[in-house]
Design a protein around this ligand. Structure first.
Ligand SMILES: [Zn+2]
Length: 307
């Protein structure tokens, strides 16, 4: 077996490509963002409004929609994914003011987007913050209102743009035209070092002692070890690369894969590095949950080689 040092191995890079389906999906995302903006205004009108928290709460479903549109639209450009999220977040937040404006001037004025800046300025001058139980503040505080508007808009846009960028950055196979599947196991912190030595030397014995750790909601530090493969390895002549990542998480946890892998803070000493089929098999023997056959693969009997 040839050993390829870690430094010179192929690494995954998003191609930046995009599918035609992305355009209608993006349009649908904007419509949903506007509807969520309308709902945000209705909550504000009904007095169910907590500064920052309610807009951030509304940004959660929109972030999922952005993530899904990027994924279903096969968008592998982080820039375009972020831009979709950013624009959708702006549509949500300004959409709530737009709904308020149409509510004020009547449905016939739906096309008067030109009045929106003046309407927002008027709201900044006149909105009065109210405690849930206490009496309303006597006077509006325009400076504070503007500060919260900017803070709320930034929070919403950060969440939705992050979702778009993360989705577009997932590993994609240009041959299979599909996103790769990922499997993850959680090892003790510091496990990236023996993995790096194993890949550099071809000697996997240093990995034998590594035991998966039991993940709880409050487990903060771990080495997330991720293998990304094509859903159908037979496709494209079985030549599709498999990528290995070992991410040293310093602050992570939560329940489920997305918080533990995508929303956690850490660095990746091994970042989507291509590994050879025989290395996948050796990892599979050491860590069946990482590189063992998927359920579909296991259901299909292995082809018999004829000498
Ligand atoms: Zn593939």
């Amino acid at each position: 077996m040839t050993v390829t040092p870690l430094e010179v191995r192929e690494r995954y890079e998003p191609s930046g490509g995009i599918d035609w389906r992305f355009a209608p999906l993006a349009a649908g995302t904007f419509i949903a963002a506007l509807a969520l903006g309308g709902l945000l205004y209705l909550l504000f009108q009904a007095g169910v409004y907590l500064l920052l928290l309610i807009p951030a709460f509304m940004a959660i479903p929109l972030s999922f929609l952005v993530y899904g549109a990027v994924r279903a639209g096969h968008c592998r450009s982080r820039l375009i994914g972020s831009a979709l999220g950013l624009a959708a977040g702006v549509v949500l937040y300004l959409g709530s003011y737009y709904t308020g404006m149409v509510h004020s001037i009547g449905l016939g004025g739906w096309h008067r987007i030109d009045l929106l800046p003046r309407y927002i300025e008027w709201r900044a001058q006149n909105d009065v913050a109210r405690g849930n139980h206490g009496p309303a503040d006597e006077k509006p505080k325009p400076g504070l209102n503007l500060f919260f508007m900017i803070l709320e808009l930034s929070t919403v846009v950060f969440m939705t743009a992050f979702a778009g960028r993360a989705s577009a950055g997932r590993t994609y196979c240009e041959d299979c035209r599909s996103w790769k599947r990922r499997k993850a196991i959680f090892l003790p912190p510091g496990s990236s070092a023996p993995f790096a030595r194993a890949l550099d030397s071809g000697d996997f014995s240093g990995l034998e002692g590594l035991q998966e750790i039991e993940m709880r909601v409050d487990t903060r530090q771990y080495a997330a070890t991720i293998l990304e493969r094509c859903p159908s390895p037979g496709h494209a002549g079985g030549t599709c690369p498999t990528f290995l990542t070992v991410r040293e998480i310093r602050f992570g946890g939560g329940a489920g894969t997305i918080p533990r892998l995508d929303l956690s803070i850490g660095r990746s000493p091994i970042d989507r590095v291509a590994i050879a089929p025989e290395e996948v098999s050796r990892l599979g023997r050491l860590f069946p949950a990482l590189a063992g056959p998927s359920r579909q693969e296991a259901a299909v009997p292995a082809p018999v080689e004829v000498a």
